[in-house]
Write a protein of this length. Structure first.
Lengths: 127, 371
């Protein structure tokens, strides 16, 4: 069974977002990593990049295919997970932990209300 | 176009029991992986793995005219086959393009088994049937049947194949020689075992009645403890074949590409005087082709190449990638691309454009991976 923690926000495109004050830490869900299969390369966003919600700002490549990773909310990239460059498999092994991809400083924290909670995301992936 | 539900192989329920990730492929629901593409790939390179290949098509051609007729339809020379042997060959169209690539086994004096790609089975059968109906005297003495629904099959591949083979069929039974096919008793039934494969490892492909599929699959997997046999999906099948530069129909081969530009003229016998597409292929051989299919390897740890990425040399666009992946054995991006023939030189530096950025690669010799 795929893991969907209740303390996170989710997008339709299978990113998770963990609120840390006026920032969110972002990665891809357990369901997404399992669908993608072995992750072999991660293209991280540039530091200080400004992004809109639903804008593609990173790429995760599995053996099979390349997949865009979207910003869950409008904001600025303030941290990227350099560890993924040496060990992209962290995304498969710890999708909600060491496999995080970037941190965004949120423009407007109200935007988080647009995201799904765990229950809504579980419903989405059950379909 | 009407959408039809994908077909299920006789091993479908077994794949679900093993928690395989199932995907639609060539009109079938197939396992893409069970645990991990990389693990399954390594199992085949280092140990032994089993693949469901029941989706592949089986056509039988037989009769007193069959040899002469098949030799007009296929590029390789059927007359070189002794009974019990197979050869890799192409089914060409009038322009020399590749409708399908297949293995033709001579299973009797006047009987051939054609093992064809799942996606092309119906098309191949229709093409052959059409030519049979329109054909002359030898065609009238040939019968063609599509037996695909009657058979299941597995590929068992890896360096420990001999041990596993003897554990399944008995210590006194010999492995068939390379490209040979033999009928062997298995439990109360009979199966066909060919020493062929699509991984670059030693291995066999086994064909059986669809109703025997589950028994054979489980009998092999029961040996798991002794031999570490791993069920493997289409994902590993693709990375394994690409390391060997074996072409994939629909990606590297198509009706618009001929075997000469695909670098596979070894399987075209231009000494045969009469077969479909011969004149075009002869001209391609003599004059050369505008493009050539070449293997390449990325230079460092960069994103893996993918089909349709553009290929450049010194800023000039010279071709397009047809297959690409991260090689689990080399831990580098690898692929094949059609590039303009004047740029084809082993060791030549090229660039692959990935999301707007160019990454360096080198044109290599086949195969990309050697033990």
């Amino acid at each position: 069974m795929t893991n969907v923690p209740d303390d996170l926000f989710y997008t339709e495109t299978h990113e998770w977002a963990r609120r840390e004050g006026d920032k969110v830490r972002v990665g891809i869900t357990d369901h997404a990593q399992s669908e993608l299969t072995d992750v072999v390369y991660v293209e991280l966003p540039k530091m200080d990049r400004q992004t809109n919600a639903k804008e593609a700002i990173a790429v995760v490549e599995s053996v099979k295919a390349a997949s865009d990773i979207y910003a869950p909310v409008k904001g600025t990239v303030v941290e990227v997970n350099k560890a993924l460059e040496a060990d992209p498999g962290l995304i498969n092994r710890e999708p909600y932990g060491q496999g995080w991809i970037f941190v965004l400083k949120i423009d407007n924290t109200d935007d988080l209300k647009q995201l799904k909670d765990g229950a809504a995301y579980r419903t989405q992936i059950a379909q | 176009v009407t959408e039809t539900a994908p077909k299920k192989t006789p091993l479908y329920e077994e794949h679900l029991r093993l928690s395989a990730k199932m995907v639609p492929f060539a009109g079938w629901l197939m396992p893409v992986q069970y645990t991990s593409i990389v693990e399954e790939h390594q199992a085949v390179r280092n140990n032994v793995g089993i693949f469901d290949i029941s989706h592949m098509g089986q056509l039988i051609a037989e009769g007193t005219g069959v040899r002469e007729w098949l030799n007009t339809m296929l590029t390789n020379n059927i007359d070189r086959l002794d009974v019990g042997h197979g050869q890799y060959t192409f089914l060409p169209n009038e322009r020399g393009g590749i409708i399908d690539d297949l293995i033709a086994y001579r299973v009797g004096e006047q009987e051939f088994l054609l093992v064809v790609n799942a996606a092309r089975t119906d098309e191949d059968f229709a093409w052959l049937q059409e030519h049979l109906t329109a054909g002359g005297a030898v065609a009238r003495e040939t019968r063609l049947t599509n037996r695909s629904a009657d058979f299941g099959g597995v590929a068992i591949q890896g360096p420990r194949i001999a041990e596993l083979f003897h554990a399944i069929f008995g210590n006194d039974v010999d492995l068939p020689s390379r490209n040979a096919i033999v009928g062997l008793p298995f439990n109360e039934t009979k199966v066909s075992v060919a020493r062929t494969g699509y991984t670059g490892e030693d291995g066999i492909e086994v064909f059986f009645r669809a109703s025997d599929a589950v028994n054979f699959w489980n009998a092999t997997l029961e040996r798991r403890k002794a031999f570490g046999v791993k069920p493997c999906g289409l994902g590993a099948r693709d990375t394994l074949r690409l390391e060997m530069c074996y072409p994939l129909n629909g990606s590297d081969l198509s009706p618009k590409r001929n075997p000469i530009e695909a670098g596979l003229e070894f399987f075209v016998d231009l000494a045969k005087t009469n077969f479909i597409g011969r004149n075009v292929l002869l001209k391609a051989k003599v004059n050369g082709t505008r493009e050539k299919l070449v293997p390449f390897q990325m230079k460092e740890k960069v994103p893996p190449p993918r089909p349709h990425y553009a290929v450049f040399q010194n800023g000039e666009r010279i071709g397009e990638v047809t297959s690409g992946t991260l090689s689990p054995s080399l831990n580098r991006g690898i692929g094949m691309a059609y590039v303009s023939a004047k740029h084809v030189k082993i060791g030549a530096q090229i660039d692959i454009e990935i999301r707007g950025q160019k990454f360096p690669a080198t044109i290599e010799k086949k195969p990309l991976y050697k033990k």
